[in-house]
Ligand binder design. Sequence first.
Ligand code: MTE
Length: 468
Amino acid sequence: MSATAVPATRFKHANLKVLLGNDLPPSPPATEDLSSNSTDSAYISDGEPVTIPLPPPSNIATAVLDLDKATPDSHVPRDHRLIRLTGVHPFNVEPPLNDLFENGFLTPPELFFVRNHGPVPQICEQDVANWDFSIEGLVERPMMVSLKQLISEFEQITIPATLVCAGNRRKEQNQVRKSNGFSWGPSGLSTALFTGVLMSQVLQRARPTRRAKFVCMEGCDKLPNGSYGTSIRLSLAMDPAKGVMLAHMMNGEQLTLDHGLPLRVVVPGQIGGRSVKWLRRLILTDTPSENWYHIFDNRVLPTSVSPEEASNNHSWWKDERYVIKDLNVNSAIARPAHNEKVSAKETDTYVAKGYAYAGGGRRVSRVEVSLDKGRTWRLADIDYPEDLYRDADDYIIYNSRLDMGWRDTCFCWCFWSIDIPIVDLKNASDIVVRAMDEAMNLQPKDMYWSVLGMMNNPWFRVVIHAEG
Ligand code: MTE
C-alpha cells in the first residue's frame, strides 16, 4: 500500500505568513488546518497507521511577570512555574522535574528550560520581518540571507530535538565542591519539534573553501564580553544525518523571545551551548571560535584545576582538548522524587520512571536500576517516542530524505520505567539508575568534578522512605 501523508498542520507553513506577512511565495507542502487535537495520524511506509503526538497549543503567559518588570527583560512574557537559578536576572531557569516529565516527550515552549547569558534582545515584529544573517569568512560567495529567503527558497524540515544544557545536574557537583556555575537540577533539558532549514543547505550556497574547518556562530545579544558566539566543526554541520539546522519555529509556532526569536541554530546531540540563539552571523574559519563564551564557557577542565588556578592561568581555557562537543550519556529518576515516602501498601508493585539521553546521535541502548547501591542491577523498559516521528511518512518530519539512506541518528531523550515489587522496595533506602548508549558508553559510578561543573553524569540516586 502506498504511503499517504495525513497532515499534521500546525506545522503548515501558512504559519510563516503570520510570521513574515503575505508576500511570501508558497512554501513546500501545505495541508489543511489542524484541529485542536493533540494527536494526528500519519502512515508509515508499509501502510500501517501510526499516531504522531503533537504538542498541545502553546499556553504561554501573555503578560510580563511582575518579577521581570524592573529588569532588562521587561519585554519578555514568561511562565511563573519556571525555577529561577540565578535570581531574577539573567533568566536561567528549569521547569520542576515533575512538570517537565508529566508533559511527556515534547516540552511546551513556556516550560522549556532557558539559559540566557544576559538580557534578551529587544526584537519587534518589524525586526522579525527584516531579519537577516551573514555567511562570511572562508567562503567563495559571502552573502546575507534574509529570514524570508530562508523560508521561501530552502526546503523546510522539522526535527524533534532535545536540547540539554552542559550544566544539567550541576547541583550535585556543587554539593561536593562548589564549581564556578549555578546549580542546575536534573531539568536542564527540554524537547521540541524544531522547524527550519538544514545548515548544510544554507552553507552550500555560499560555497565553503577547502580551508574551512569550523562554523562560528554569533547571536545579537549584548553581553559584557560581546555577543554570544561559539563554533562547531564544519563536517558536523555538513552531515545531514546529524540534523544541524537553522530553526525559526518550535512546536509549530514562531520561536519565543527566550528561545531565540526569530532564528536560532539547533545542534542535535551536542550540548545546548552550541545552539546559538538570535542568530546574526555564520563565519567559516580554519580555527575554532575565539568568542569569549566559546573559550571561557562549556569546557571540562581537568579535575585537578581549582577555580583559583583556572582564573589565574588562561592557558587552561585555550586548550581545545577540553571543549565539550557531544552530550555524554545521562539519566535521571523522576518517580519517586528524592526523599519521597513510598507507600508500601498501595499496590504490589511500584513503577519507577525517568529519562535518559545520549549524545552525538547515539541511541540509549540500556537503562539499569539498582536497589542495593550498585551491587545488582535490573533492566528497565525503554520507550523512544522519537521513533514515532522518525517513522512517520509525513512531510513535516525529516526522516528518510537523506541521499545516502535512512536517518538512524537519535536526537531526543527517551523514557525508562521499571516495575519494582513492593517487597524489594521495602528493603531499599535508595534507588540508583544508570544508562548506556549504543557505543557502550556507560554512566560512571563516580563524579568527574571540574571547575565549571559541566557534563555531570554519574549514577543518579534518590533516597526513598518505604512506609506501611
Ligand atoms: N545563544 C545566545 N545568543 N545567547 C545565549 O546566552 N545560551 C546558550 C545557547 N545559545 C545562549 C545561546 C546555552 S549555554 C544554552 S544551554 C542554550 O542556548 C539554551 O537554549 P534555550 O535557552 O532555548 O533553552
